[in-house]
Write a protein that binds this ligand. Structure first.
Ligand SMILES: Nc1ncnc2c1ncn2[C@@H]1O[C@H](COP(=O)(O)OP(=O)(O)O)[C@@H](O)[C@H]1O
Ligand SMILES: [Mg+2]
Length: 288
């Protein structure tokens, strides 16, 4: 078996996967998409045959377009271009979730500051959450407490943002239910299985619970409700290896986002479950 690992930086996650591949004597190549070029012809296959290519780029767009080219050349890429496109863009993720009747926070999209404020004040009310449609690690996600917050955040985006930041994705704020409970849950899905889950707690002064922003985490026990909504969400975005973020809205689980290139250092540490090993198990099982 031969595996390609598409990346633009060797992350902790890639090192973990390599360790398992070496141990099992599985052939692999590290394909740095910043050091190669692709010839866009249909006749010419990619220079090496891989049974499967694991997409692990930190750069979303480079990973996305590499996947689309490799698929056009007949390669099997995980996650697929379709999944990366659905998950890398929160607007598209929301559309896939509502298409599949999966509970998610009420979300509004607008393209101008005025219409965004109108959406907030007539539909969402304050506090509202403003998110970039492409982004991760909690970056640029703002909790808008009142008109002045909304105005200044939108003004920054209108005057300083790039074209993507002028697409306003506004969500109802999910109020934390109980301070002893996690702010949100991260469930790691591989194939048709939820292999690990952790609860994340936001740091004292920030509503966002991303580990990259100082959130803390501990392993949780999966139950049927968590498993069901996580597998449904993975299926809705056509994901094979994804991280599903869940929150509790009025005692019901809802999906906040689905991550198509999920990091797994945090969840490995919190749960002591060897995610890299589970990923390699899956690749061997399905693509050998
Ligand atoms: N609608 C919301 N209400 C309350 N908190 C939210 C909401 N959406 C996101 N958050 C918080 O912000 C964090 C980051 O949001 P998320 O949508 O997962 O974006 P990212 O892709 O940057 O991780 C979540 O983990 C959660 O703690
Ligand atoms: Mg998230």
């Amino acid at each position: 078996m031969r595996i390609g690992i598409l990346h633009n930086r060797i992350t902790w996650e890639i090192k973990e996967i390599i360790q398992i591949l070496d141990k099992r004597k599985i052939d692999y190549d590290l394909i740095n998409n910043q050091q190669i070029y692709f010839k866009l012809t249909r006749e010419e296959p990619f220079k090496v045959h891989y049974d499967v290519i694991l997409e692990r780029s930190l750069s979303f767009l480079r990973g996305l377009y590499s996947a689309s080219i490799l698929e056009a050349k007949g390669c099997k890429v995980i996650n697929s271009y379709n999944c990366l496109n659905n998950t890398g863009n929160k607007l598209l993720t929301t559309l896939r979730l509502i298409e599949h009747n999966i509970s998610t926070p009420l979300t509004y999209v607008s393209f101008k500051a005025e219409s965004t404020i109108e959406a907030i004040e007539t539909e969402v009310n304050y506090p509202a959450v403003l998110k970039p449609i492409i982004g991760s690690w909690g970056r640029l996600i703002a909790k808008l407490e009142d008109y002045n917050d909304a105005r200044s955040n939108l003004e920054c985006r209108e005057l300083m943002g790039n074209v993507l930041q002028k697409i306003y994705y506004i969500q109802e704020y999910i109020h934390p239910q109980d301070p002893t409970m996690p702010t949100d849950l991260r469930v790691f899905v591989i194939g048709k299985e939820c292999v690990a889950a952790m609860g994340r707690f936001n740091p004292k002064d920030d509503f966002r619970s991303n580990i990259a922003l100082g959130g803390s985490a501990k392993g949780i026990v999966l139950n049927d409700d968590i498993i069901k909504i996580s597998l449904n969400a993975a299926k809705a975005v056509k994901g094979e290896i994804v991280g599903v973020d869940l929150m509790m809205k009025e005692n019901n689980l809802c999906v906040i986002e689905v991550n198509g290139t999920p990091q797994f250092k945090g969840i490995t540490t919190a749960t002591k479950i060897n995610i890299a090993e589970k990923i390699v198990d899956y690749l061997e099982d399905k693509y050998k």
